[in-house]
Design a protein around this ligand. Structure first.
Ligand code: 4NP
Length: 169
């Protein structure tokens, strides 16, 4: 991790309208608060909602905690993301599997030496939600959106602690 070139993190879910936009804004908030030179973005493994703003329920619940999701627009994860980003974080195991498949395509397309990204679960280092999926809130009730925020805040703090340790080395 260099202090000049930003370290680039991509948060990934299925639709890129509920979980990963929330993760993007929350992780960015904690990185900025810790003064880390980290660039955060998000994408979806599906192309269900291209160019759509985050789900209004996600926006509303996030706003109640001071996060503004309104400027984000959905996009699909691409093979180019694996050469562009340093770390790609899956919200759940199904998305992690689809990311692994796409990474193989990226290796074939660009050559293995070009692959920059490490892939991991959003909750990988989160002792409160150890290796737990961030549940998909799309077809559920309001509680699901609060749960997404709780987990994104908790897991983002865990990543920021790790980033800080890595930057001190
Ligand atoms: P996300 O939630 O993956 O957290 O953005 C979903 C959004 C849309 C759909 C599924 C999950 N969908 O089926 O359209």
């Amino acid at each position: 991790m260099s202090s000049k070139t930003p370290y680039k993190v991509l948060c990934v879910c299925l639709g890129n309208i509920c979980r990963s936009p929330t993760a993007e804004i929350v992780l960015r908030h904690f990185c900025d608060e810790a003064n880390l030179n980290i660039w955060v973005d998000s994408a979806g493994t599906s192309n269900y909602h291209p160019n759509k703003a985050p789900d209004s329920r996600s926006q509303q619940h996030a706003k109640q905690r001071g996060y503004d999701l309104s400027g984000l627009r959905a996009r699909q994860l691409t093979t180019a993301d694996f050469i562009e980003f340093d770390l790609i974080l899956a919200m759940d195991y199904e998305n992690l599997e689809n990311m692994q498949l796409l990474m193989h395509h990226a290796q074939q397309e660009y050559g293995a030496s070009q692959i920059r990204a490490q892939i991991s679960l959003m909750s990988q280092h989160d002792t409160a939600y150890p290796q737990q999926a961030v549940p998909d809130p799309y077809y559920g009730g309001e509680d699901g959106f609060e749960q997404v925020l709780n987990q994104c805040e908790s897991s983002s703090k865990a990543w920021v602690n790790l980033f800080k340790q890595q930057m001190e080395q």
